[in-house]
Design a binder for this molecule. Sequence first.
Ligand code: C5P
Length: 305
Amino acid sequence: MTRAVRVRVPAKVNLCLGVGPLRSDGYHPLATVYQTVGLHDELVLRPAGSRSVEVVGDGEPVRGVPTGPANLAWRALDVLGQHHRTRLDVAIEVHKRIPVAGGLAGGSADAAAALVGADALFRLGTSRAALLELGGRLGSDVPFCLLGGTASGEGRGELVAPVPTVGEFWWALVTDPEGLSTAAVYAEFDRLTAGRSLPEPDVPGELLHALEAGDIRRLGAALTNDLQPAALALRPALAGLLEAGLASSAYGGLVSGSGPTVALLCDSADHAAEVDLTLRREHGTAPALIARGDVAGARLVEVAA
Ligand code: C5P
């Protein structure tokens, strides 16, 4: 019997996020390109007499993350257990570094890590395709957190396919201690677009060409997010930050996903540090998180037999 497993899982940014009209199931059709960034949560899973989820960051419990059945990692054990017709009782420790409710898929990342971890812990041998399908049931971003790298997302975001890229990507991620609710940002999007007929979303060809050619300048100019006006409406202070970011030496920038994190595209760690310094000096922002783009998805890093 395996005693414990440790899984590492990255955050994501969206390089583009096209959003279509509200569907009858309460979701919006999306056309997005996701990219993982080197900012990781780690989950430790151990078999236990009953199920539990503990979330810690810097040795302290993390506020604002549910520890019961509302936690996506807990629900991941439900869907994986149902798939194998068994009950998975696991004690999960989440070591949180991805900001909570930041538009960086922190909750989805933990769900992806719980799927990978529980599969290894109980030697379930779940196929990759089944893990992706189960992930899609848990949340729109979960399959991408399993896949990693850079990938397109369609449907409501859960239908993922790798996208070829060349070159290095670095991000200065300016986070906000006060998160934004994804559902609230989509509701604001509906309010702002009410009465308009929205086209079916599409990934811009220019963005795919820039990724394939490794042309970071073109990529910076092609970044786009249909949820950005809604995030700015709910958090007006983001507008000034975004403007300062775009005026810096970054190649481009946008609100990541439903926000409020602002992601600024750079071509090296030094460049991202320089952008961060400019923003701290000229805009008084807190230190940004600096992370490399395009890293592996949820993966096992330790198995204690
Ligand atoms: O899929 P996930 O549970 O992460 O989505 C959280 C919320 O975001 C949904 O309940 C829905 O309100 C909104 N959403 C949406 N359309 C999507 C993805 C999410 O409206 N494609």
